[in-house]
Ligand binder design. Sequence first.
Ligand SMILES: [Zn+2]
Length: 502
Amino acid sequence: MTQVKPCGERSRYVVCMAGTGEHAPRGALDPWDWWRGTGELWRWGSRVREIWLDDLADEATRRATRQRRIAALIAHAREHSAFYRSHYRGLPDGCTDLRACPPVTRAQLMADFDGWVTDPQLRRHELEAFVRDPSRIAEPWLGKYAIWTSSGTTGVPGIYVQDPDALAIYAALLTTRFEFGPMIVDPWQLSGASARMALVAATGGHFAGVVWWERQRRLHPLLAAHTRVFSILQPLDVLVTRLNEWQPAFVGSYPTMLALLAGEQCEGRLKIRPRAVWSGGEALTAADRVAIADGFACPVIEDYGASECMQIAFGCRHGRLHLNDDWVELEPVDDRGRPVPPGQPSDTVLLTNLANRVQPVIRYDLGDSVTLDPAPCPCGQRRPSVQVQGRRDDVLVLDGAAGASVRLLPLAIETVIEEEAGVHRFQLVQTGRNALVLRVDAPGARRRMVAGRRAARALARFLKAQGVGPLELKLDEGAPQANPVSGKLCRVRALKAAKASG
Ligand SMILES: [Zn+2]
């Protein structure tokens, strides 16, 4: 929904409802944004220097830096977070051993949000009201924090607060670590006068990627004229037309969306010439990587991040994801929390974010299955690399009203049901070519039925707007069914035949 651009009045922004042409007032451009932008550049510069020094350091120095940061984070969490003080009450005073710290889950942390955060001015009920208002995306909270939300596979919505240092570290990692390769121009040139950037994303809420981009635009107005956010909720043909008009030199999106767009490019409807595409937010399969790179005839840059830590790993030219292990600890573990050796896929992974102090993430159960690569990468990067079998629901292929197939991204469907119906735990299963079954989770049969009807109405409106033909949409009174082995909930499941052709 948020395609933000400066309008006639210099001091105001408007939000264009992508695909609808609607406009809504965005609020005054805060002159403090300029000041904050300058301050952030200083912080970014000092973090870039730190990262370069770490890249040049020997293994022993790197280990010592990491251990110092871990010890400082544990001490900070015990001193300033009531949640961690209680959670770590069995640990000896001054404990610096990360492996001794009991893991945490999103449900645990969100249940005690006000105790989790280390700034007592942060209150869950105020932040919940803030994130309900899409016109406030990327507005700094308390003048300094970035706020974003995520639902994830567990169905428990999360609210994430990033402090200015963490934001500067993510930006520094982003600009120093990614290997852009000889085929791509220097990333700085991408912000030049002739280069345009497009982010194609779920834009209905305060999601991390959109908040990040919008924040950069507010802090650096010169960049704003060259970046545009496109909603994945608009029909594909409309999106293709808009991208053809915009002619971006750089496109960032989810692999499922990039694969759809690469197909449009191959068939001649999409006519853009990006110098690079950026894939993130979902797992990128080897087949999709090839299809996207071939479709656009440009390199695919991969990113592994999460709402809990934006920069977990960076892609290299050999298609591996190298951990930012100076700022992130990632522990692949089995279903009983025991370490999993390199070469074997984990059941889940424990994440520790060493960059963010305001909302400590320490041994947090992220839910992704990752495999540590046992052999060093041919690119020469010394930091360990991982393969991620992360969250990835199915693309639905339905018959369109006009005859042709309509492909629908799982993230678009999930955004509609979450944002328009307020339902986070649900499952949509395709049972026939144009037949879908929807299950939702809510306490009690009556609330489940009310939430289900609300979700079904939002979904039906969305499907019609996408050009889907006559469809049977059944509301099932049963609860969503999680995978009996992994416990994960696949929220959008396609027919096997549709999967094979999609
Ligand atoms: Zn590599």
